[in-house]
Design a protein around this ligand. Structure first.
Ligand code: ATP
Ligand code: MG
Length: 390
């Protein structure tokens, strides 16, 4: 007997002609994520992908990693055995014992895609059910609401025996919806926003603005740690760290204090957009939600949007903070985000920010500086840091 992992595609199954492309992307993503665990093979068969590792593969670690990959609806560890009912019946009790010993009721479901197999599906269920009742006398069969479902699938090359399916991360394979640039701070919101877009198949790059000496190396390290965690779901992320000190000081020295933050946001957008275009991204992503702070009123967002030539996705726009926190706990970015840090946003925070700025007012507030040079320098001096999950 060999143990394998069976992957059930998510929405993939619905995509008609594109299905093959999506499946190839999913397999490439899985291969990359498991690369350092040994040589795994991936074999598509109907709506399943069979993942097989080398003899000594760490399947627990592989399972953990696969559970975070978008595009997978569910997965099961399965015993792959010879297509012979005697073999199936001898392996089934032993392989499913850990599940069945903790259950009170069960049922067997069988699928036979090889129509030459001598038993049909109901006969396979009957035989396996009887065998399991003999081996585990504490069990009873419940076909409506069983604690455990034992699956037997007779396929082309072998048969698979497996128990309850684990729920996958859902969504679409990374890269299947193109690429976008996430504006990432060290806060709670932006990593969640990145995760949400990655779930829909968007490949991520990340842009972070740092203002040394006002912000420290530790603050930047925190961003690396956050992205490393997000990349367990999204796949690798290239981080662009933009030196922002010069621009922030120019804003502080030349613009009215009550619009500091909105002007700064517009600078972030302009620079992020230049990087995004160079990197082949079609959109920007931020962690803003309406009304959360002064710079996130509808009017302030309109001022920020006015400098963007590409769509700006704000997946948290209608969410409450506690809903965002619930996701950040689930994806394990929360504990990193709440570590104390300085963000460039908190460096020169106005005491009384304008909550209803207009685009024309902000444009005139900005006009006292020629921004071309400082923006060009910031882009040129940007550092590029590849972030990998493992
Ligand atoms: P977060 O928790 O993501 O920091 P927030 O609610 O604290 O969000 P702000 O600090 O106002 O809100 O930032 C709003 C958005 O602007 C962030 O979600 C992020 O997308 C972007 N942003 C803020 N600071 C930075 C930064 N230093 N570098 C890159 N993007 C940033
Ligand atoms: Mg913040």
């Amino acid at each position: 007997m060999k143990e394998v992992i069976l992957i059930k595609n998510g929405e993939l199954a619905l995509k008609g002609l594109n299905r093959r492309t999506f499946e190839d992307m999913l397999m490439a993503n899985m291969r990359r994520r498991l690369a350092d665990l040994g040589k795994f093979t991936f074999t598509p068969a109907q709506s399943t992908i069979v993942v097989e590792g080398p003899e000594d593969a760490d399947l627990d670690e592989a399972t953990d990693r696969l559970l975070k990959i978008f595009g997978i609806a569910g997965l099961s560890r399965a015993a792959a055995v010879e297509k012979d009912m005697d073999v199936i019946l001898s392996v089934c009790p032993e392989y499913t014992a850990p599940l069945l010993l903790g259950a009170r009721t069960f049922k067997v479901e069988a699928k036979r895609s090889d129509k030459k197999f001598p038993l049909n599906s109901p006969q396979i269920c009957m035989a396996a059910g009887e065998k399991l009742l003999n081996e585990f006398p504490h069990l009873t069969v419940d076909v409506h609401n069983p604690d455990v479902i034992i699956n037997i699938e007779v396929r082309d090359k072998c048969a698979f025996i497996h128990g309850n399916q684990l729920k996958g991360a859902g969504g679409m394979p990374s890269g299947s919806a193109g690429k976008a640039a996430l504006l990432v701070s060290g806060g709670i919101d932006s990593p969640v926003a990145g995760w949400m877009m990655a779930k829909r198949g968007v490949e991520l790059i990340a842009v972070h603005f740092a203002s040394p000496p006002y912000t420290s190396e530790r603050a930047e390290q925190k961003v690396h740690n956050l992205l490393k965690q997000v990349s367990k779901y999204s796949g690798r992320i290239t981080l662009f760290v933009v030196p922002f000190t010069e621009i922030q000081e120019l804003i502080k020295d030349n613009c009215p204090e009550d619009v500091f933050t909105v002007v700064m946001r517009r600078m972030m957008m302009r620079i992020s957009q230049i990087i995004a275009q160079k990197e082949g991204c079609a959109a920007l992503i931020t962690g803003e939600s309406v009304g959360q702070v002064a710079s996130q009123t509808m009017q302030a967002i309109a001022c920020t949007d006015a400098v963007a030539d590409m769509p700006v996705f704000r997946p948290l726009i209608g969410m409450d903070k506690d809903e965002v926190i619930a996701i950040s706990r689930k994806i394990e970015t929360f504990e990193i985000s709440i570590q104390p840090y300085e963000d460039c946003c908190t460096v020169f925070t106005p005491k009384h920010p304008k909550t209803r700025p207009t685009v024309s007012f902000i444009e005139s507030a900005e006009s006292c500086v020629d921004w071309e040079g400082p923006i060009k320098r910031a882009v040129e001096d940007t550092r590029i840091i590849p972030i990998k999950a493992f």
